[in-house]
Design a binder for this molecule. Structure first.
Ligand code: SF4
Length: 952
């Protein structure tokens, strides 16, 4: 019996979803109102629903056949990402480009815009043939045997818009290599054509068939034939027809081409080809030879025409900002001929650069923050999309990999070409099985909850032979990866035989160890448990869906067994902390605690969660008092940890419950010494007072009263238009129901949209001194639900539920004695406005620079008021930069960026900085400020994203 996917594919072909997609777009249909089968069918047009990217956004995967991209196409993709998406563009390991963050209403427009520049995203997902790629420098390589780009396009023409070839049992991958060096990628494709010459010196292709990385990794079988270039399309059609008609459609996890080849053998495939093709194939038993190293794709490469060069650019983990892609498009026209190539190593190249333009091109790339001199970490690492956007991911990836790289750099580890690939689930999009060190995301049980961890594979990749990596450790806690990788690389350096590659060393060692282990005790298959229904699954990997409750793969945790337990290095075992007499006990190594992620530890039998916020280490109880979820796995933002299960929020410093109030957890004193974190176990009755409200409802935190959040109903007193699409909603907070204590805090507002009550966060733009009013200045997000509702339906007199105040991104005059720098862009001005108004009203005379970025003069918010502040207050400096200014604008031009901020402020190191704007801007400004001598604890950042300012 066919599986359910086959049933809905039969009901309606994926290509037939287009009229529905247009209707959903026209009606702004929310994702949860669209039938799942239609959401899946949208992948036939390259649109992938992203449930994790709230509120229901879409990713567009764009087919870049043979990696060929023009300057015009690159620009269009960059503008789509900027205007309609999150402003980022990812390069995949099949050389596609992906744009994240699209609204349903944008999808038809995206398809039209791609079409206009000769691109398509059709059939880039689900049971389709994915991007056909070639060597990224095809047609340019001096020693190339054949330029395969034309064949890539001819094969693509075979299946685009074909109803038969877009209804395969599962996905299928095809690539061609016209160079004589064949990297490991080609052994894990469904069909690989690898250039060679036959005994008479004629150009032919060797064929590898049915390789795969994913759930059931398998290196491709060699087909004992040679295929002439003009027969490649016909042979491809024959194999596609074989798969289409005889591939199994019963079980999704046994439907890839490799299962058919396992069933009928290569002989069966040869027999099919013999009957199908009107010409005989040239027999050849010689197998293709893998290259001894990975393809070098970063740096300068002289082309076949010796006057021209290819500039291979490093894109760390394949993620670019839209500005970088747009900048490369401009650069390619200025210094090349307007052509670029995407690479299967998640990189990009500008081609046909004249010799005398090399320096200028490299300088322009550097100005974009891109380089062709990647360090070994950038060159040798790869990460898939992960849980940030991917629906079936088990773990986060790109963020983990960036942190791993940082940690390895701090350890001064040398990689020397050892490659590390990280996938967020068994699907292996980052090809972890063919890396020297492969990391596959899993969840593992630790203490009261689960942690993100990775199964570690060693010995994959190329070293004269292609091999799949062998398992080395299961369920290694993500925080322990730097130590583990340091150990395995150092061991290799110290013990390898002369000339022995890393992968060969570890393969030999692991094979020997496994042989010994299997003799001693029989191998036990891992056990996975669904956290939803406790169903147990015994297999190498968790299933995509729980067969019992249909929960997604990420709900499965690996149950610790003796192997797994031994794999994870416990903090206590990792250190030799001396005993102390002051009552502080060792908890963890400082290096293992990052700003972005908490960490569960056990100290003398007490389970607690550690967090690092603005350089300070905090410790609170590990379990959420609601249902015991592990708080360390929640989202940390501005000193607030949000429980991963039900969204309860706690202050990491005090343990005070912010939302809902009244469920405080214990906080513990911490101490950091010599890179070690210690905590003091204080009895409940002495630990709790930090959370106990004072008589006025505030909570003591050091010397500063911290307002306790409450839930109240406030009356809307007025709605004040501020600028096109921006209004201030003024609430009557006459009795101080919301105890607005410090400027910069936010509240949650309950908005009664059609048929639903949605809570959304908004920063308070008024000063705490502006009683009785509490103002929320809100920008309308035309594609959303909440802000259009507020703008169109909310009238003075209405009452709304509100929770707050919340957030630690606030100016505290008792603690912050330094001159201030308030830097913001767009709607990110709201907390800065609150701080500036507070300075004005309280008479606190603190030097203050107010820097602001907007698109045009018409978009500058509160210009008159802030200018008046600058005129009235001594030492108040106001400067604006515009990214798309009118011709008459005489002030600074360009996006708000680091040079602008540093230009306007001279005493950089002496200031306390508040930053609110796009992530990339804040990240780079924060890094530069630290480099310029600013204490990290004096830099406060507030994320500028939909939930906070635009809402949905
Ligand atoms: Fe998503 Fe898994 Fe692929 Fe990563 S490997 S992109 S987590 S499906």
């Amino acid at each position: 019996m066919a599986n359910p996917v086959e049933a809905w594919k039969t009901d309606k072909h994926g290509l037939d979803v287009w009229p529905d997609l247009e209707r959903y777009a026209a009606q702004h249909t929310p994702m949860n109102k669209i039938d799942t089968s239609d959401l899946e069918r949208m992948k036939w047009y390259g649109f992938f629903y992203r449930k994790r990217d709230t509120p229901g956004r879409y990713m567009n995967r764009i087919r870049i056949t043979a990696g060929e991209l023009t300057s015009q196409q690159a620009k269009e993709i960059a503008y789509v990402a900027y205007q309609l998406g999150h402003g980022i563009v990812d390069i995949t390991t099949r050389a596609n480009l992906q744009v994240q963050g699209l609204g349903i209403e944008h999808l038809p427009e995206v398809a039209r815009r791609l079409n206009r520049v000769g691109l398509t995203s059709k059939q880039t997902g689900h049971d389709n043939i994915r991007n056909v790629f070639a060597h990224p420098f095809s047609g340019l390589l001096p020693d190339e045997l054949i330029d395969t780009r034309k064949l890539c396009h001819e094969i693509t023409d075979l299946f685009i818009d074909s109803r038969e070839f877009s209804d395969l049992p599962r996905k299928l991958n095809i690539c061609l290599n016209g160079s004589a060096q064949h990297s490991a990628h080609f052994w894990t494709q469904d069909i690989s054509y690898l250039a060679t010459r036959n005994s008479r010196g004629n150009l032919r292709f060797q064929v590898l068939l049915a390789g795969t990385q994913g759930q059931n990794p398998h290196l491709a079988w060699h087909m004992p034939v040679l295929v002439a270039p003009d027969r490649v399309v016909e042979v491809t059609r024959a194999i596609l027809d074989l798969f289409r008609t005889r591939g199994s459609r019963e079980k999704r996890n046994a439907a890839r081409l490799c299962f058919l080849v396992k069933e009928i053998g290569i002989d069966g495939v040869m027999q099919w080809l013999g009957e199908y093709l009107p010409f005989p194939l040239e027999p050849c038993v010689t197998k293709p030879e893998p290259a001894v190293t990975h393809d070098e794709l970063i740096g300068w490469f002289r082309q076949r025409d010796p006057n021209l060069w290819t500039m291979g650019i490093s894109v760390p983990l394949g993620r670019m900002t839209w500005r970088q892609l747009e900048g490369l498009a401009v650069l390619s026209k200025r210094w090349g001929d307007g052509q670029l190539r995407t690479t299967h190593e998640q990189g990009i190249a500008v081609i046909n650069v004249a010799h005398f333009h090399k320096d200028a091109a490299a300088t322009d790339a550097a100005a974009l923050g891109l380089s062709l001199h990647a360090d070994p970490f950038e060159m040798n690492t790869m990460a898939c999309t992960g849980s940030q956007f991917c629906n079936i991911a088990v773990t986060e990836t790109k963020g983990h990999m960036f942190r791993l790289i940082d940690n390895l750099r701090k350890k001064s580890l040398k990689l020397h070409g050892i490659r590390i690939h990280m996938s967020g689930c068994p699907s292996s999009c980052a090809q972890h099985f063919t890396a020297d060190i492969g990391l596959k995301g899993v969840r593992v049980r630790r203490l009261v909850g689960t942690r993100e961890g990775f199964d570690v594979f060693l010995g994959g990749g190329v070293a004269g032979e292609v091999q799949m990596g062998l398992p080395y450790r299961f369920g290694v806690d993500v925080d322990q990866l730097p130590t583990l990788i340091d150990q395995v690389v150092s061991e290799y350096y110290q013990n390898h035989l002369e000339g022995q590659a890393f992968s060969a060393y570890w393969r030999d060692k692991l094979r020997a160890e496994q042989a010994a282990k299997v003799e001693e005790t029989q191998y036990r298959t891992p056990t996975w448990m669904c956290e939803g229904c406790r169903y147990e699954h015994h297999a190498e990997d968790p299933p995509v869906f729980c067969p019992s409750c249909a929960g997604l793969r990420r709900r499965f945790v690996r149950l610790d067994d003796s192997d797994a337990a031994g794999a994870a290095v416990s903090p206590a075992a990792d250190t030799t902390a001396p005993e102390r007499e002051d009552g502080f006990l060792f908890a963890a190594m400082e290096i293992d605690l990052t700003e972005s992620e908490g960490r569960s530890v056990e100290v003398a039998g007490n389970e607690m969660a550690l967090f690092r916020v603005d350089g300070q280490v905090h410790a609170i109880d590990a379990a959420c008092p609601h249902e015991g979820a592990p708080l360390a796995q929640g989202e940390i933002k501005n000193g607030t940890i949000t429980c991963p299960w039900h969204g309860w929020a706690f202050n990491t410093c005090t343990g005070c419950s912010l939302d809902p109030p009244g469920h405080d957890v214990r906080a513990y004193p911490t101490l950091v010494e010599d890179g070690r974190i210690f905590v003091k176990l204080v009895a409940t009755d002495t630990a709790s007072p930090v959370c106990k409200p004072a008589a006025n409802g505030s909570i003591k935190r050091g010397g500063t009263p911290l307002a306790r959040p409450v839930e109240v109903e406030l009356r809307l007193a007025d709605v004040i238009p501020e600028a096109p699409g921006v209004k201030t909603f003024r609430f009557d907070n006459g009795d101080g129901q919301i105890p607005h204590d410090l400027p910069g805090r936010f509240v949650k507002l309950c908005v009664p949209t059609d048929g639903d009550h949605l809570w959304r966060s908004f920063t308070i733009s008024s000063s705490p001194t502006s009683r009785p009013w509490l103002d929320l200045t809100i920008k309308r997000n035309p594609g959303g639900i909440v802000t259009p509702y507020l703008f169109e339906h909310l009238k003075p007199g209405a009452t709304l539920k509100m929770k707050g105040p919340q957030g630690n991104f606030c100016f505290d005059p008792e603690k912050h004695s330094e001159p201030l720098a308030l830097v913001s862009a767009g709607s990110g001005i709201t907390p800065m406005l609150s701080i500036a108004r507070y300075l004005r009203d309280t008479g606190i005379r603190r030097p203050c620079a107010f820097l602001y970025g907007a698109r045009s003069a018409a978009d500058v918010l509160f210009c008159t008021e802030v200018q008046r502040l600058a005129d009235d207050l001594p030492s108040f400096h106001y400067a604006v930069t515009l990214s798309q200014p009118e011709a008459s604008w005489l002030g600074p031009r360009g996006r708000i960026d680091v040079p602008f901020a540093l230009e306007e402020i001279s005493d950089v190191a002496a200031r306390r900085w508040f930053l609110c704007g796009p992530d990339d801007f804040m990240d780079s400004l924060r890094a530069e400020l630290i480099e310029a001598g600013v204490e990290p604890t004096r830099i406060h950042t507030e994320q500028f994203h939909a939930a906070q300012f635009l809402a949905s």
